[in-house]
Ligand binder design. Sequence first.
Ligand SMILES: [Zn+2]
Length: 100
Amino acid sequence: MTNQLKGWKKKMFILKDKTQLERAIEKAKKMRPTVKFDHFGRYRVSGSKGGFYTVICKKSDNGFKLIECTCKGAERGLVCYHAVSALSLHIGLARQRRTA
Ligand SMILES: [Zn+2]
C-alpha cells in the first residue's frame, strides 16, 4: 500500500463541463468498473489495464463537487470514468447519510 502511494499526485477537477461529464458517464457504462468502498469520500475503481485507481470525492466551499483520481486522464484535467463511477456511489451514500 505504501508503494502505491509513492506516485500519488494531487490532481482534482471541478465538475462543470457537462459534455466531458456525459462522455465519462458513457464510458463508465461501457467499462463497468468495480468500485470499492474505502471510507466515505474515498473509493478505489478498477482500471482498464488492471489495478485500481484511488478516487477522492469531496465538496468545495463554494458547493462544487471536487474529485481527485490517480489515473493519467485526471492528471491532464480530464473527467475520467473512474471518477464518475465513484461519484455515483458517493452520491448514493451521501443521500443515505442525509436521510439516516
Ligand atoms: Zn481516473
